[in-house]
Ligand binder design. Structure first.
Ligand code: GRF
Length: 226
């Protein structure tokens, strides 16, 4: 079964590209019904166009408040036939209205090991804090910032003095692997949320055998194709 999703972006869309690539490789069972950017002219919109995916710019600036912007998003997502929503570098908070329209079906990727460093510039926060392990988190979205139940995390070593940019790049490489995997688990209906705990039910795919990852720890482990 293929899950129709909407992807919300605000920028470069490299995570969107990772989803498209896994989709086109035939391992991610979703169709991207629409890509929506709140910022005009971003590269992510070009990526969508290049792959024949319907995209639209819906600026939050055209709405007087968060609630009305949420309503605009819900309408656009529903009109496009989306049944789940994936926030791929979407730099706006989504509110109760959108969450109620897609209950348990809104995912976000955050470039830190939550609950450390929620909010903006997480890679900078981690580098400045001097952590020895940094990483990324895919989680269900709830009404608090970068807070909902955690689906998968990847940790990478943080090298003293390497700076936020290099660390951020290393984290991004892992984002591109764990995000499509989490979306696939959602598409397969394998995610059980029990309070803050997310259980990934066993599936039919064997674990990944690709050996092209930098030093990292990913849990739950990636499955074949991701
Ligand atoms: C990623 O680091 C993501 O974790 C964060 O915003 C960044 C978006 O990058 N939420 P891209 O637009 O997917 O390239």
């Amino acid at each position: 079964m293929t899950l129709p999703i909407g992807v919300l972006i605000s920028g470069g869309g490299s995570n969107l590209q990772a989803l498209i690539d896994r989709m086109e490789a035939g391992v991610l069972d979703v169709t991207i019904q629409t890509v929506i950017s709140n910022i005009p002219g971003v590269k992510g919109l070009d990526r969508a166009a290049k792959h024949g995916i319907f995209s639209q710019t819906l600026s939050h600036r055209d709405c007087p408040d968060r609630e009305s912007y949420d309503r605009v998003l819900v309408r656009a997502l529903r009109d496009a036939g989306a049944q789940a929503v994936v926030l791929a570098g979407f730099m706006r908070l989504v509110g109760p209205e959108l969450l109620a329209a897609f209950p348990g079906r809104v995912l976000n990727i955050h470039p830190a090991l939550l609950p450390s460093f929620p909010g903006l510039h997480a890679q900078n926060q981690a580098a400045e804090h001097g952590v020895r392990l940094a990483g990324c988190t895919v989680h269900f979205v709830d009404e608090e910032v970068d807070h909902g139940p955690i689906i998968i995390q990847a940790a990478v070593p943080a090298l003293p003095g390497e700076g936020a940019e290099m660390l951020g790049n290393r984290i991004l490489t892992l984002e591109h692997r764990v995000f499509p995997q989490a979306v696939q688990w959602l598409a397969e209906g394998r995610l059980d949320v029990q309070g803050r705990q997310v259980v990934v039910r066993p599936g039919e795919r064997p674990l990944a055998t690709r050996n092209d990852l930098p030093p990292c720890l990913i849990f739950p482990p990636l499955e074949d194709g991701f």
